[in-house]
Design a protein around this ligand. Structure first.
Ligand code: FES
Ligand code: FES
Length: 150
């Protein structure tokens, strides 16, 4: 089946079974390996992408649900609005092994699209589904709060 959608601002058409996981299509068919597979069961948030600005777990999302819709991955976001956030995550201790980082960046971009200067509680809530085993989240919070500083 042919599924058409907007991926990182470009219209694309993918030939794949409609119930394929979006995560597999991104990584295997389209070579977009920035989106990570952690648990593969909807528990860790490593595979987070934006569907119409809403963070979704691509390991649970059938490709058919993307038909005619807008999907943004870490690759597209890193080229645009996520640049300053990624820089601060790196410089302020928000990245260690990096396995969670794409999902954290994508989920944070969704938050920042709605709330320019989120509180720590709002950040914690937005990242509640994104597990990080390394940083203890302090560096991640520091990086996000630092975006508001001149
Ligand atoms: S890989 Fe999708 S939530 Fe863990
Ligand atoms: S930096 Fe390793 S899981 Fe978050």
């Amino acid at each position: 089946m042919s599924i058409e959608f907007l991926l990182n601002g470009e219209r694309i058409e993918v030939e794949a079974p409609p119930m394929s996981r979006l995560l597999d299509v991104l990584r295997r068919e389209l070579g977009l390996t920035g989106t990570k597979e952690g648990c593969g069961e909807g528990e860790c948030g490593a595979c987070t992408v934006l569907l119409e600005d809403v963070p979704v777990l691509s390991c649970l999302l059938p490709l058919v649900q993307c038909e005619g819709r807008r999907v943004d991955t870490i690759e597209g976001l890193a080229r645009s609005e996520a640049g300053p956030l990624i820089e601060r995550l790196v410089s302020l201790g928000g990245v260690q092994c990096g396995a969670c980082t794409p999902g954290i960046v994508v989920a944070t971009c969704a938050l920042l699209r709605q709330t320019e200067n989120p509180t720590r509680a709002q950040v914690a809530q937005a990242l509640a589904g994104n597990l990080c085993r390394c940083t203890g989240y302090e560096g991640i919070h520091r990086a996000i709060q630092a975006l508001a500083e001149p």
